[in-house]
Design a protein around this ligand. Structure first.
Ligand SMILES: NC(=O)c1ccc[n+]([C@@H]2O[C@H](COP(=O)([O-])OP(=O)(O)OC[C@H]3O[C@@H](n4cnc5c(N)ncnc54)[C@H](O)[C@@H]3O)[C@@H](O)[C@H]2O)c1
Length: 278
């Protein structure tokens, strides 16, 4: 499959993995619409690309707006070849600290955002007889550890949605890929902390160094070309995924130890940051 001349929409394109996907698609000759709830960020991504690229504000929690973005590309180009449902947020911290508003916000963006992208793009792709849907989940969609419980819940749902959809879509000409990276070097590692949680510490404890977003974007295009079902990166995450399937109860015990260790480090940090301490 060549990406030259293909028409693509990327959500969450103003930063991190979404911006990297836009760069990779543009370099491969695609027409990419960079969208983000942060319009200036989407525009900044577009500004670094060729004149084929466009930018628009798009909040993935707004189903009508997602449908309108798909319709606009189809009106202009006659088709939509690639839909990247990538926008996401994270909350990290003890689950009892999470408000219902925070639960609803992550479900709205990380799960409903993907549902809105699928509901808008998939019927069009069936009508045109081809297309590819790419959903950004996470290793948190394949394994489960505490303190990111809401994130794990939405990402497991995105993996399930993607694999189920794939089983009916591929025989009808539409590809579905779910991308499940471990830690990638993007601003999300420093977002969404509740209590003493430190995302960078949590997500990098078993990985050392975060994976490169541009490398992940190139891996993603290769996985689309090969019509792969799941992309897991980096290689060390494969071992975790394999272990989680082989020994889920043991893996859960290890998650308990990991979370306990994290809680201790967070407690230590908040004590040393307390006024009058140290
Ligand atoms: N970076 C990682 O370690 C990592 C690992 C696994 C999965 N992911 C997933 O990758 C995806 C991209 O994350 P990232 O790491 O690039 O993070 P990021 O924070 O750098 O980028 C996320 C982008 O999504 C946008 N966004 C947030 N809410 C939105 C909404 N309602 N509508 C549209 N856009 C919205 C933000 O404005 C931001 O530009 C997410 O789904 C995330 O869960 C990230």
């Amino acid at each position: 499959m060549s990406f030259a001349g293909k028409h693509a929409i990327v959500t969450g394109a103003g930063s991190g993995i979404g911006a990297a996907l836009c760069r990779a698609l543009d370099q491969a000759g695609a027409h990419v619409l960079c969208t983000d709830v942060d319009e200036a960020a989407a525009e900044a991504t577009r500004a670094a690309l060729s004149s084929r690229a466009g930018a628009a504000r798009l909040d993935v929690t707004d189903a009508a707006a997602v449908q309108a973005a798909v319709d606009a590309v189809v009106d202009r180009a006659g088709r939509l070849d690639l839909m990247f449902n990538n926008a996401g947020i994270v909350w990290g911290g003890d689950t009892e600290l999470l408000t219902l508003d925070q639960w609803n916000a992550i479900i709205d963006v990380d799960l409903r955002g993907v549902v809105h992208g699928v509901a808008a793009a998939y019927p069009q792709m069936l009508r045109q007889g081809h297309g590819h849907i790419v959903n950004t989940a996470s290793m948190a969609g394949l394994t489960a550890a505490g303190q990111v419980t809401s994130y794990v819940a939405t990402k497991h749902a995105v993996v399930g949605l993607s694999m189920a959809l794939r089983s009916e879509a591929v025989p009808r000409g539409v590809g579905v890929l779910v991308v499940c990276p471990a830690a990638v070097e993007t601003p999300i590692l420093d977002k969404g902390a509740v209590g003493g949680f430190v995302g960078r510490d949590y997500f990098l404890q078993n990985q050392g160094k975060a994976y490169d977003a541009d490398q992940l974007a190139r891996d993603t295009l290769r996985a689309i070309e090969r019509n792969k079902a799941i992309l897991v990166k980096p290689a060390v995450a494969h071992a975790q995924w394999w272990f989680a399937r082989l020994a889920p109860v043991l893996m859960n015990r290890m998650a308990m130890r990991f979370v306990a260790g994290q809680r201790t480090r967070q407690g230590d940090r908040s004590q040393s940051a307390a006024p009058g301490s140290g």
